[in-house]
Design a protein around this ligand. Structure first.
Ligand SMILES: Cc1cc2nc3c(=O)[nH]c(=O)nc-3n(C[C@H](O)[C@H](O)[C@H](O)COP(=O)(O)OP(=O)(O)OC[C@H]3O[C@@H](n4cnc5c(N)ncnc54)[C@H](O)[C@@H]3O)c2cc1C
Length: 818
């Protein structure tokens, strides 16, 4: 008999696909047994029932994603022993094929990183591929990347096994109940409304797959995912095909291949896909199929079949099309909704819901039970997304690109190309006229680099090496070090924080002291109770009761939510003024000279020292001018009412003619800040790092009156003794190779970490990055660093490197403070 609908549960999980059952399973295993999972139809009825079940740990340069995949594979391998319900997991192996030099480079880079994460991946020859999968055409193969322990599972069986495990641990799973809404009070969840009654609850977890967006919208929660057609076919039986053959993925042919009941399954990721039901997914689409579009898919099927040519001579038993959810950046949508406390989401799996499902359930359960996640979630946190991304036109447009990206070569400098032009700064057209090449910066058009006069600002050809714009980038970098540059940074998140409690509360959430004298900018982190990082930003005290908070574009909603949740009912009010103010940064040794030419304010060092903030005149405009830098030179940031931005820009450009001012883009900002070792939250530091390990102890005011959130944890960390892991700067001695992310760092031949973010240091003379390194049972101090011999592995080659705790560029800050 089906269990009765309870009137109360601590957690209600909505959706009985792989994700919902995994969340319920892990919550119950952690001891939270008052959990109810509600499935509208029957378990697996949404997308899960028809997934191909590839269990592939290879392929990601995200530690989070790789760890989730590994955990999932292990869970599916051991779950049957626990629940008596098989998962169908078979470790038949997996091979990724490289048929083009750029893909070969990508997979070599990925495999180094994956090996570091504990995945036993081997580069194999075309002949070895042939041996493992004799029916494959292998002439054009440059290499295969083989993981023996990977394979396939049966998604329906896995879901049933997880549901059984959840029930065995104490959770309740109820089918045939539809959640129609969520009740809330003062910004927090209080329960769910179903077609069969109401359940009061402390937490709701929306795991409603492709329906998650619609369900979220009913509660004002933004979940901008979109379903799209997703295909595979299964051929008639092929006697020569062994069930023990590994799964093969051949992105250049748009296909993956595995045995399925004696036939060949060919799955497809086409470069140009078809979004499905942009207006809304029908609620009764259970165990549903989409009519396949043979005409559209024909060319891709043909290309894929050419990898296993016997498929051309075999009948097709089933050509299947089902919907899968995709997101604007191909990352899942996970975490607590910024709009509603205790409303969690795990949806938008971008075709890897089965292989990440186990890990994702574990992560979410930890997040809910402990109040914060135990892995880096900056890449997939729901609060990175913005409401405009749920617009039908945005979803229809962007989904075509995001699904298409799955099987493309993942060039690190590639920007999203669709749904562009959504947000433009007041300076956009002027910068375009100056030759800006724009990239997508959280939806804003952000200048990445500038083409010189007569050159069209476009990417000629993506690559892993130096591209055509490399010299323009270098010139911008050098201008910042020797002259002066202008950058449009209007996409930065800006908040006016006001009220009689504003200073006290900002100081409470800031590790640094941000409430001293008025007219001072302070660099600070916001910590959670565990002493790890929630945000990395600046707070400027404009006056008593008036503050100016600036965070990076990706931290926009996280920072805003953090403030709102902590300010609660106090007399402290957060106003998002991002759209109201343009931001122009003027940086470089000649920046004072330039700025002095457009204002009557005395900018001399004594009159306007480092970390000062003041309203100044520029022509007819009033501008908040802050003397601060994120690239390691004398410099100023100007916050200008949007309607006066063009005027101020024109004054700067006029005066700039006389001092050789150059426009510079985000590439230059990245290389300049990286030489100086400045951190970037979500790239080289994240929510798992303690502020001390991040090397930011200098910005922690341990003794300030009133303390701050996370202080006890920082003290406890200090009491543990010397740090065992910490962020270091890594410089490659050979000027040739380029680093981007995930390159493995070795000390005395032992892998101790990987590059979290990197750029090219034109002043230092080589690729430079930041890595979190682990010294094991030794102190990760200067002695340990200096006594070691360091190298970095880039695309399978090892390069000698320099490691340093102190920034390699201007460690004494001589260039900034005078
Ligand atoms: C053709 C194809 C092949 C794939 N192959 C693979 C693969 O090889 N490997 C891999 O990792 N991934 C694969 N995927 C992706 C994978 O299937 C999905 O990522 C995964 O199934 C998503 O799981 P989910 O739990 O988020 O969603 P779903 O399985 O859709 O579950 C959501 C559930 O919520 C229920 N629901 C919705 N609204 C409500 C409501 N209001 N009240 C109650 N219940 C509700 C639905 O009925 C549904 O059962 C494939 C997808 C497709 C389409």
């Amino acid at each position: 008999m089906a269990p009765a609908l309870p009137t109360h549960a601590r957690v209600v999980v909505v959706g009985g696909g792989i994700i919902g059952t995994s969340v319920a399973y892990h919550l119950a295993k952690m001891g939270w047994t008052d959990v109810v999972l509600l499935e509208r139809h029957r378990l697996t009825a949404g997308t899960t029932w028809h997934a191909a079940g590839l269990i592939v740990t290879f392929g990601s340069t995200s530690e989070t994603s790789t760890e989730m995949r590994k955990y999932t594979r292990d869970l599916y391998a051991r779950l049957e022993a626990e629940t008596d319900v098989p998962t169908g997991f078979k470790a038949v192996g997996f091979i990724e094929l490289a048929t083009e030099p750029d893909r070969l480079e990508e997979y070599r880079r990925v495999s180094t990183f994956n090996r570091y994460c504990g995945i036993d991946v081997h580069e194999i020859s075309a002949a070895e591929v042939k041996e493992l999968f004799p029916l494959a055409h292998t002439e054009d193969i440059l290499a295969g990347f083989y993981v023996k322990e990977d394979g396939r599972a049966n998604p329906v069986d896995v879901t049933m096994s997880l549901a059984r495990g959840a029930r065995m641990a104490g959770a309740t799973v109820i089918e045939g109940v539809s959640v129609t809404g969520v009740t809330q009070h003062r910004g927090a969840v209080t329960g769910v409304v179903t077609d069969q009654g109401t359940i009061t609850a402390e937490y709701v977890v929306n795991c409603a797959g492709m329906w998650a967006r619609q369900l979220g919208a009913k509660s004002g929660v933004n979940i901008p995912l979109q379903s799209a057609e997703h295909y595979y076919l299964i051929t008639d039986a092929i006697p020569e095909l062994s069930a023990a053959c590994p799964v093969i993925e051949d992105p250049a042919s748009h296909g993956y291949f595995r045995e399925e009941v004696g036939g060949l399954m060919i799955g497809l990721f086409e470069p140009v896909c078809a979004p499905w039901k942009v207006g809304g997914v029908p609620e009764d689409f259970s165990f549903g199929e989409i009519q396949p579009d043979w005409d559209r898919m024909g060319p891709y099927v043909e290309k894929a079949m050419s990898r296993v040519p016997i498929a051309f001579d075999t009948g097709v038993k089933k050509f299947f099309c089902g919907p899968e959810s995709f997101t604007p950046d191909l990352q899942p949508i996970v975490g607590e909704a910024p709009e509603l406390k205790n409303y969690f989401v795990a949806a938008g799996l971008n075709s890897i819901g089965i292989i990440t499902g186990g890990g994702l359930g574990r992560v979410l359960a930890h997040w809910i039970v402990n109040g914060r996640p135990d892995i880096d979630v900056t890449g997939f946190n729901i609060d990175r997304l913005h409401v405009y991304q749920a617009n039908p036109e945005y979803r229809r447009t962007r989904t075509v690109e995001s699904l298409g990206m799955v099987y493309q070569c993942h060039y690190p400098t590639r920007s999203m190309l669709t749904a562009r032009g959504a947000k433009r700064s007041a300076l956009h057209d002027r910068l375009a006229a100056r030759g800006a090449y724009f990239k997508d910066v959280s939806g804003w058009e952000g200048p990445d680099w500038y083409a010189p006069p007569g050159v069209e600002p476009k990417v000629e050809r993506l690559s892993w090496g130096r591209q055509s714009w490399f010299p323009y980038w270098q010139a911008e970098h050098e201008a910042a070090r020797t002259g002066v540059i202008l950058m449009d940074m209007s996409f930065m998140a800006k908040f006016a924080v006001q009220g009689s409690d504003a200073g006290r509360l900002l100081n409470r959430i800031s590790a640094n002291d941000v409430d001293g004298a008025a007219g001072i900018i302070t660099y600070t982190q916001w910590l959670n109770e565990g002493g790890t990082l929630e945000a990395d930003l600046t707070v400027t005290k404009l006056a008593d009761e008036r503050y100016w908070v600036v965070a990076s574009d990706t931290a926009h909603r996280h920072a805003e939510t953090w403030m709102r949740r902590h300010f609660a009912d106090a007399h402290a009010f957060v106003t998002d003024v991002t759209s109201g103010y343009a931001q122009i940064n003027v940086q470089g040794p000649r920046s004072r000279e330039l700025l002095q030419a457009v204002t009557t304010e005395d900018l001399a060092n004594e009159a306007f020292p480092f970390r000062t903030a003041r309203e100044i005149d520029v022509g007819f405009a009033r501008v908040l001018c802050v003397r601060i830098t994120y690239l390691g030179e004398l410099g100023y940031e100007l916050y200008i009412p949007s309607e006066q931005a063009v005027h101020v820009y024109e004054r700067l450009v006029d005066a700039g003619e006389r001092v050789g001012m150059r426009h510079a883009g985000l590439k230059a900002l990245a290389s300049l800040r990286m030489e100086k070792g400045y951190r970037d939250y979500g790239h080289d530091i994240d929510n798992t790092d303690s502020v001390l390990e991040a090397g930011l102890g200098f910005a922690v005011a341990l003794d300030k009156p009133g303390g701050f959130i996370g202080r006890d944890a920082v003290l406890a960390k200090k009491a543990e003794g010397p740090l065992r892991r910490r962020i270091v700067q890594i410089l490659v001695k050979d000027p040739e190779p380029m680093m981007y992310h995930a390159e493995v760092v070795r000390r005395d031949g032992v892998a101790v970490g990987y590059i979290r973010a990197a750029s090219y240091g034109f002043t230092l003379g080589g690729a430079v990055g930041l890595a979190m390194v682990d010294a094991g049972d030794r102190p990760a101090d200067a002695k340990w660093i200096e006594s070691g011999t360091w190298d970095v592995e880039i695309a399978g080659q090892r390069y000698p490197a320099l490691a340093s705790i102190r920034p390699l560029y201007d460690p004494q800050m001589l260039r900034i403070k005078t």
